[in-house]
Design a protein around this ligand. Structure first.
Ligand SMILES: Cc1cc2nc3c(=O)[nH]c(=O)nc-3n(C[C@H](O)[C@H](O)[C@H](O)COP(=O)(O)OP(=O)(O)OC[C@H]3O[C@@H](n4cnc5c(N)ncnc54)[C@H](O)[C@@H]3O)c2cc1C
Length: 425
């Protein structure tokens, strides 16, 4: 049986959590990685999300992971699209973590946080033996939803200013039997791709949503290449307005999305050349949640940072980049903000430190930022980078007997640079 005591516990085994756990273990820390599902990878595997998007400066763990996992690269307005074989990734990510010395707890939800004053000292996890308390010198919240941080008393913000609207959920699926000699790809609603009669594909999708042949709010059927010929990864289903932090909301969204799959496949078979014989090969084992809590930290990634290429002396991720990609919280297509470009920006250490809580770091999509900044840094390549920084910070603070806040950014930056991560222009 795994021990109860660690230097570092990472909650959540998605892109950010895997990077955090491996980075901490490589620093010599004893590490537990606790994941509620039976596989690692988070949205990349359980959510069938593909390709890996986004960028960061040279030398981050994203480079190493993409050398391991990426099977094909393409360029679009999205930047580099790195296709991963999600089935292969299930095995490779598990090996990546285990061979780095991480103790991986699968099928183990984190259910509560243990604190001593304002300091997080451990997590209560659900195992086959019942509830167990794991203790650690530092804890990393990589749950995507910021579950550990809110249980520890940190402040969370949700959605856009004004009405709190969050980006919609989607359930991604893969189709095969696609005729590559005729089939299109499409990365989004502004893709100028046309059908053989000259109609813009995006306009055709919007028209079919209006006639009801595509489900409500499904105004674009994105068709990404996968690692295999004859397949497309379909990012199209859309459920708006469900609260995925609530059990009833989760079920409502999951049912809405699953029911949409057949109608989207029927649309492709009926109207889109090369897709006449396509069929669903696989779908995510869970709905994909783009946006929930953002945990407020000592610092915050702002709209201004993303739009102007913000620089910070305490940056632990340099030149993070992706579009300000806001899927419309209250309808089909993209929301405001999409028109403004993002310029490679820094993520300061303080954005990983939940305000008012000690012994805890965040990484991945729940770090501290605005709704619009989140729409950029939520992509997986950037999540690998915030995970790596959080893992190093957690390991160093555990080894030095300091909290992550007392440790400060300088040591984390020094360690990242020693590992070849570029943090300056
Ligand atoms: C529909 C959709 C399409 C997207 N498209 C793209 C794309 O094309 N390219 C791209 O790069 N990004 C895309 N993204 C964004 C990206 O996938 C996520 O933002 C990213 O995966 C976040 O990484 P993470 O590690 O923070 O969280 P996640 O990937 O969500 O991983 C969190 C992990 O924590 C686990 N967890 C949660 N709570 C607990 C708990 N209490 N106990 C134990 N474990 C827990 C979860 O099971 C999960 O494994 C998309 C997202 C969605 C939803």
């Amino acid at each position: 049986m795994y021990p109860d005591t660690y230097d570092v516990i990472v909650a959540g085994g998605g892109p950010a959590g895997i990077a955090a756990a491996v980075a901490a273990a490589r620093q010599g820390a004893s590490v537990a990685l606790v994941e509620r599902y039976g596989i690692l990878g988070g949205m990349l595997t359980s959510g069938h999300v593909n390709p890996v998007l986004g960028a960061a400066s040279e030398g981050t763990m994203g480079d190493e992971l993409m050398a391991l996992l990426c099977r094909q690269e393409a360029r679009s307005r999205n930047g580099v699209e790195r296709s991963v074989d999600t089935e292969e990734a299930k095995t490779m990510l598990l090996r990546f973590a285990v061979e780095s010395g991480v103790r991986v707890f699968l099928q183990t939800p984190v259910v509560e946080v243990v604190k001593d004053g304002s300091r997080v000292t451990g997590l209560v996890v659900g195992t086959q033996e019942g509830l167990r308390t794991l203790t650690a010198k530092a804890v990393v919240d990589a749950t995507g939803d910021g579950f550990v941080s809110v249980r520890a008393g940190a402040e969370a913000r949700i959605g856009r200013d004004g009405d709190g609207g969050c980006q919609p959920c989607s359930l991604e699926f893969v189709i095969d039997h696609v005729d590559e000699s005729r089939a299109i790809t499409c990365w989004g609603g502004t893709d100028p791709i046309t059908l053989p009669d000259g109609t813009r594909y995006a306009d055709f999708c919007t028209a079919k949503e209006k006639t009801g042949e595509l489900p409500e709010n499904v105004s674009i059927v994105r068709l990404h290449r996968t690692a295999l010929r004859g397949e497309r990864s379909v990012n199209a289903t859309q459920a708006n307005g469900y609260d995925t932090l609530d059990s009833e909301g989760i079920l409502g969204a999951e049912m809405t999305l699953r029911y949409q799959i057949d109608r989207i496949v029927c649309f492709l078979r009926t109207y889109i050349p090369g897709f006449e014989n396509c069929r669903v090969k696989s779908s995510g084992s869970t709905l994909g949640v783009r946006e929930t809590r953002r945990i407020m930290g000592d610092a915050m990634v702002t709209d201004h940072d993303v739009e102007t290429g913000g620089r910070y002396p305490d940056a632990v991720v340099h030149r993070a980049w992706f579009l300000i990609d806001i899927h419309n919280p209250s309808g089909g297509g993209q929301a405001e903000g999409h028109s403004k470009p993002a310029i490679p920006y820094d993520i300061p250490y303080g954005a990983l430190l939940p305000r008012g809580v000690e012994g805890l770091l965040t990484c991945g999509r729940c770090i501290s930022g605005t709704h619009r900044a989140h729409a950029s840094y939520r992509v997986m390549f950037v999540c690998f980078a915030t995970g790596q920084a959080a893992g190093i910070a957690a390991a160093l603070s555990a080894q030095k007997g300091l909290t992550p806040r007392q440790l400060g950014a300088a040591e984390v930056r020094c360690c990242l640079q020693q590992q070849g991560v570029r943090l300056e222009d």
